[in-house]
Design a protein around this ligand. Structure first.
Ligand SMILES: Cc1cc2nc3c(=O)[nH]c(=O)nc-3n(C[C@H](O)[C@H](O)[C@H](O)COP(=O)(O)OP(=O)(O)OC[C@H]3O[C@@H](n4cnc5c(N)ncnc54)[C@H](O)[C@@H]3O)c2cc1C
Length: 464
């Protein structure tokens, strides 16, 4: 049977999903019919094993031919299904971006009963920054140097929560800070920092006895004065994000991969979003939008009508490299000899990951790639501290992510890492997330939901 759907412009996946899920298609006492639905508006034809109340239809049908009855019934079912799809095309919330921020907001809203759609340009979650981080769930000991005490306290609270809620994905790991004669941060400075860290919610710290230094994965001991050990946590950013989006999907969020946000026409009550899916332009209506597009945040904002003012930002690239060698004792927190920045040497999936750098970036965020100079800087830092050097040709892989930092003339290392939520007074229903931490994604979500008035479970009267 061929069904022509001439004037429909709906995502194919939605039609399939609704057909498959529809109770109408799962009645008992049925006979199987193959239905071919042809979408005239696009070059796509698919076949679906379709079950109708064929026998019942035949009895009811005035026509002598059983096929006519089945056809009528099929038409009715499809009409019901299409109507449902149309209703579902009106959302309470559209989230642009399936990075850690977008998926966390989508999950929270879907779990509260809101109709949520997520648009992600790539073919899966966390293909932007959220798979290119240092994979640390931490308060950020080094942020104490730039006085970001509130951020450190908030992140340490979040660390505690994540250790409890995701014990298989977020694990405490010992961090080692070696202090040499040449180290710029002196022993007493680090001890003060670690004490403050502990008071803000970190764990206790200690120093490793000299007789145990030889157990530290080949760390050079020449000129070594002290090795501090404290605790922070490590995760798998990609798996964490993927887990959250799975939960969002299970809670009812519609997730579209390969869906490129093209623009939105908004009033303070509603937005009509256009996006490209499988090369076809689609539209959805939504009451609110969260722009969680990470380093694309201002590119996405430019596509709104009326225009929305954006914040002045700078993209700062951070590169990591993965090299052979298994670290047995945990993470090493090193001071780069070149510029005294903090660089981590971490165990990662049976190898060693080293990062990160801070290089100002301009251009398309999708094209960010590790620079040769960054790779050499990381190798040089690692080799400065460990006995057995790693050569350039041993680098297994490298990747780069982009931080969204407030524009400033100051050094990126000392700039605020706070998450900024931004919206224009003209359009309070469109909220953009600037910057932020993997660690504090839950806290950011709570702030977003509060600002959009989505904290409470949906009632019949809210955001329809
Ligand atoms: C080098 C580096 C190291 C870091 N290390 C840590 C760390 O150890 N611990 C920590 O807590 N934090 C860390 N961070 C910060 C953390 O990784 C980020 O804050 C977080 O991943 C940002 O997530 P996001 O969801 O905002 O953005 P992203 O993960 O970048 O997601 C944005 C998504 O939007 C999509 N998108 C963009 N434009 C469109 C469009 N037009 N249509 C559809 N989709 C679109 C993108 O494809 C992307 O998937 C680090 C960051 C960097 C750069």
């Amino acid at each position: 049977m061929i069904l022509y759907m001439h004037d429909l412009d709906l995502p194919l996946s939605s039609v399939l999903q609704y057909l498959a899920e529809s109770g109408e298609l799962q009645r008992k006492n049925t006979t199987k019919t193959i239905v071919q639905i042809t979408f005239i508006s696009r070059p796509m034809i698919f076949q679906l094993a379709f079950t109708t109340r064929y026998t019942e239809c035949r009895q009811k049908s005035r026509s002598a031919t059983p096929w006519f009855g089945a056809y009528t019934e099929l038409n009715r079912v499809v009409r019901v299904v299409i109507q449902r799809i149309m209703v579902a095309m009106n959302y309470d919330l559209a989230v642009i971006g399936a990075g850690i921020h977008g998926v966390t907001v989508a999950r929270a809203a879907a779990e509260r009963g809101y109709r949520v759609v997520v648009l992600e340009q790539f073919s899966g979650p966390a293909q932007g920054t959220s798979s290119k981080s240092s994979k640390l769930i931490h308060g950020g000991l080094r942020y104490l140097e730039s006085g970001q005490i509130r951020l450190v306290r908030e992140c340490l609270n979040e660390r505690r929560r994540l250790l409890r809620q995701q014990p298989d994905l977020v694990k405490l790991v010992p961090f080692h800070i070696p202090v040499y004669r040449h180290t710029r941060r002196k022993t007493w400075m680090i001890a003060i920092g670690l004490n403050l860290y502990r008071l803000l919610g970190g764990k206790d710290f200690k120093h490793i006895k000299r007789r145990d230094w030889h157990k530290l994965d080949g760390l050079k001991t020449d000129g070594l004065k002290r090795v501090f050990r404290y605790w922070d946590a490590q995760t798998d950013d990609l798996r964490l994000t993927a887990r959250i989006i799975d939960e969002a999907g299970r809670a009812g969020a519609q997730i579209h991969y390969g869906a490129y946000f093209r623009g939105a026409e908004c009033t303070p009550q509603r937005c009509k979003i256009s996006f490209e899916l499988d090369g076809v332009l689609q539209t959805v209506n939504t009451a609110a939008i969260v722009n969680a597009s990470g380093p694309w945040v201002n590119i996405v904002l430019e596509k709104f009508s009326p225009a929305i003012a954006s914040l002045d930002i700078e993209l700062v690239q951070g590169t990591h490299i993965v090299v052979p060698g298994r670290l047995r004792r945990g993470i090493y927190y090193l001071e780069a000899p070149h510029d005294q920045r903090a660089v981590f040497v971490m165990p990662w999936q049976g190898s060693t990951m080293i990062g990160t750098t801070e290089t100002t970036y301009q251009g398309d965020p999708a094209l960010a790639r590790p620079l040769e100079s960054e790779i050499r800087y990381l190798l040089e830092t690692r080799n400065h501290y460990f006995e057995k050097p790693v050569e350039r040709n041993e680098v297994i892989k490298s990747f780069a992510g982009l931080r969204v930092l407030p524009a400033s003339n100051s050094n990126p290392f000392s700039r605020s890492r706070e998450t900024v939520l931004h919206r224009d007074r003209k359009l309070p229903n469109v909220l953009s997330i600037y910057g932020g931490k993997l660690t504090s994604h839950h806290h950011t979500m709570v702030r977003v939901m509060k600002k959009l008035g989505l904290r409470k479970p949906k009632t019949r009267h809210s955001h329809s």
